[in-house]
Design a protein. Structure first.
Length: 325
């Protein structure tokens, strides 16, 4: 009779509520060099729920699991190496890791092909920026034409395919999750562990287009709108936020739908979505206060499905692991 793998046993103990037993089983297996157990504990160290969060330790465990042939650990290590989780960001090291994994992993090979198709500098930044139209100078609203390729746009949408769900907020009276009153789309965030090397390159392109440090961007949020869904009139700058959302980048990931224009009623600007185009606009006044003229809406979809990717840009570097304002 074959013994149950340690990671499966640890997971079954967790399901039964035996946290201490799960940790003991996984830790002992990891010490013996079990790649699945090392990967499991690495994820626990990233999440910080079952055991205290320790990003450098998680990175070390991922490297050990990858060296033992664990493919998911290899891809996660690439993501964290590129985006600077647990150690300074190192594009060259991340590229070397994905090149090493590609011959043995179809997913890694696909990610590498996406990156190789990009015109990048040695640090992963774009060599040149897409053409743009300034729709408004003050406040700034800029439309970048064909800023991202269809393959890049599809990659962003697929990055959340397994986790996308209806947009919700917490009802302060009941503590329950209820439908978002402003955004009726489905959505999900490409968090640090899901940031493939291609996503990191996309984030670097957004930073270059916006003229900011890449660390000022929040993780990309992907939204899907079906007929009748919309993002009602709102402002991305939030009152009382210490590290304010000073700007927003919206990538239109597809076309072939009707409706869904991005409308700035106070500026008399309405942007018709086209796959690959991107708009970047300021949310605040020169003194940092929210600019009320920058209220905007994603108008309802009347036919088809609209996909967008949004990256909110903060005034100062933003740490997705602490998620403080």
């Amino acid at each position: 009779m074959t013994a149950q793998p340690a990671a499966e046993l640890a997971q079954s103990l967790l399901t039964r509520g035996d946290r201490a037993g799960a940790i003991a089983i996984a830790s002992a297996a990891a010490d013996r060099g079990d790649a699945d157990a090392m990967f499991m504990i690495a994820i626990w160290r990233l999440v910080g729920d079952l055991v205290p969060r320790d990003l450098p330790v998680a990175r070390d465990l991922l490297a050990r699991a990858r060296q033992s042939g664990h493919r998911d650990a290899a891809l996660t290590e690439v993501a964290l190496t590129a985006n600077g989780t647990g150690a300074p960001a190192d594009w060259a090291a991340a590229l070397a890791l994905i090149e090493r994994a590609a011959p043995h992993d179809e997913i890694a090979a696909h990610h590498l092909a996406l990156v190789q198709a990009m015109n990048l500098l040695p640090d992963g930044a774009p060599r040149e920026l897409p053409s743009c139209d300034r729709l408004s100078d003050a406040p700034r609203v800029t439309l970048f034409r064909s800023a991202f390729t269809p393959d890049e746009c599809a990659h962003l949408a697929r990055a959340v395919a397994d986790i996308i769900e209806p947009s919700v907020v917490v009802d302060p009276a009941t503590g329950r999750h209820v439908q978002h009153p402003i955004r009726t789309s489905d959505g999900a965030v490409i968090g640090p562990t899901r940031e493939s090397l291609a996503v990191t390159a996309i984030n670097r392109r957004i930073a270059a287009m916006a003229g900011i440090d890449i660390r000022q961007g929040e993780p990309i949020q992907v939204l899907r709108y079906t007929p009748g869904q919309q993002y009602r009139l709102h402002s991305d700058a939030l009152p009382g936020m210490g590290n304010q959302r000073i700007a927003t980048a919206i990538i239109y990931l597809n076309q072939g739908f009707a409706g869904g224009e991005t409308d700035f009623p106070d500026l008399h600007i309405r942007v018709i979505p086209r796959g690959g185009d991107t708009i970047i606009f300021d949310n605040v006044l020169p003194d940092g206060r929210p600019d009320l003229r920058m209220r905007h809406a994603g108008l309802p979809i009347s036919h088809g499905t609209k996909w967008v990717a949004t990256r909110w840009i903060r005034a100062r570097p933003y740490d997705p692991w602490t998620a403080t304002d």
